[in-house]
Design a protein around this ligand. Structure first.
Ligand SMILES: Cc1cc2nc3c(=O)[nH]c(=O)nc-3n(C[C@H](O)[C@H](O)[C@H](O)COP(=O)(O)O)c2cc1C
Length: 365
């Protein structure tokens, strides 16, 4: 981008932002005294692996890449999960896919999530993942995307329980690491089959089950039904993790209470506020005061995240990823709409870094 355009954009941002200071609501809204129940935070045992905490970061395609997982890991989740990875592409030696499936050497507890509908491909892909260093393998049985469903993978597997079980069996017979599955309540409200389905997966060799408390037809909208997870919990002996719409620390507690689940998995609630994972853990442990990031902490976290993105990707992928996260981090701050407007017109890592710097410097106390 020509420097004069950048200069104008930066000036615009500077002027707009110098009109006020950052809305601290986003920083203070989680300033909540905690509950007193200290039984809600605990370890989870999935096969031969013990997770240090039952607060887990959800797999999010296009988001839970190495940089985001690394940042999120700083807030103590028991597990993070990669973006869903095509078993077929991995078996074909696709370089980009192989990189996605490779845990960072400094990542101690990450599960690699595979999607596919062919047991042999899934087994071969899982073996590749294990060889790449995956401590756990997760199978996507909840993705509602047309492209995925059409191939019989994702949530389509909930309509073909025998095939789903064959996949789990195949993978479990091929790797030593725990195999887990992530499902939904069922295909639609008339075909809720999560309890029987989960039981089948356990018999096939699954070590843990995460349930997104929606049906496939609900996609990502409509109400979650945490209570419906209780029958899944009652149908299996392996740990059950509840997922869907946990956006506040109280949600996490409520979700555990209603579902009877062993843990919570958090996705969108951690976007732009990875510290939410720690706040949830704080709350569930009954700590007197939740971890509260101040503006300096937020700014530093963003810088670290942007640095990781810069090192992990090349252009234009780094710009796309950078913008997305910056928009989430600044959501709720004063003038963030205007900031985002500018953000999406600025390209190049250095320019984006400068934009972020202006934004925060202007609003420092
Ligand atoms: C942008 C986006 C990407 C997602 N990618 C995946 C994925 O790769 N694998 C998966 O199992 N679920 C995926 N999900 C579903 C989430 O893991 C989670 O089940 C869902 O968002 C509900 O949890 P939440 O309300 O905490 O976000 C995705 C959801 C979103 C919004």
């Amino acid at each position: 981008m020509p420097t004069d355009i950048l200069y104008l954009l930066r000036q615009r941002v500077y002027i707009i932002f110098s009109l006020g200071c950052v809305n601290r609501e986003i920083l203070s809204k989680d300033r909540i005294m905690t509950n007193t129940n200290d039984k809600n935070l605990h370890q989870i045992r999935a096969g031969r692996v013990t997770l240090s905490s039952n607060v887990i970061l959800a797999p999010l395609a296009g988001i839970t890449d190495y940089p985001f997982r690394k940042i999120a890991s700083g807030y103590g989740p028991g597990l993070t999960v990669t973006e869903m990875i095509s078993a077929r592409a991995l078996c074909h030696g696709n370089m980009k896919t192989t990189r996605m499936a490779t845990p960072g050497i400094d990542e101690h507890m990450v599960s690699v999530q595979l999607f596919g509908a062919n047991p042999q491909h899934m087994k071969d892909a899982a073996i590749i993942c294990q060889n790449l260093g995956a401590p756990m393998i997760d199978i996507n049985m909840g993705c509602p995307q047309k492209k995925i469903i059409k191939s019989g993978a994702g949530a389509a597997l909930m309509k073909t329980p025998e095939l789903a079980a064959a996949i789990v069996e195949a993978i479990a017979s091929g790797v030593n690491v725990p195999v887990t599955v992530k499902i939904r309540l069922g295909w639609d409200s008339r075909s809720i089959n999560a309890p029987e389905f989960a039981h089948l997966m356990e018999d096939a060799g699954a070590s843990m089950i995460t349930v997104h408390a929606r049906t496939k037809t609900q996609m990502f909208g409509g109400n979650t039904d945490w209570k419906a997870i209780r029958s899944v919990k009652e149908s299996v002996k392996i740990p059950v993790v509840a997922n869907g719409d946990i956006l506040s620390v109280q949600d996490a507690e409520q979700c555990l209470m209603e579902s009877g689940a062993d843990g919570v998995m958090i996705g969108r609630g951690a976007l732009g506020r990875p510290w939410f994972l720690r706040q949830v853990a704080d709350y569930l442990s009954g700590n007197q005061e939740l971890f509260q990031p101040d503006l300096r902490h937020v700014s530093k976290t963003i810088d670290q995240h942007l640095e990781l993105i810069d090192r992990y990707y090349s252009e234009p992928a780094s710009t796309w990823m950078f913008r997305k996260h910056l928009a989430w981090y600044t959501k709720g701050m004063k003038h963030s709409a205007m900031f985002r407007d500018t953000l999406f017109r600025v390209a190049g890592i250095e320019n984006l870094k400068a934009l972020k710097k202006d934004f925060f410097e202007t609003f420092q106390d």
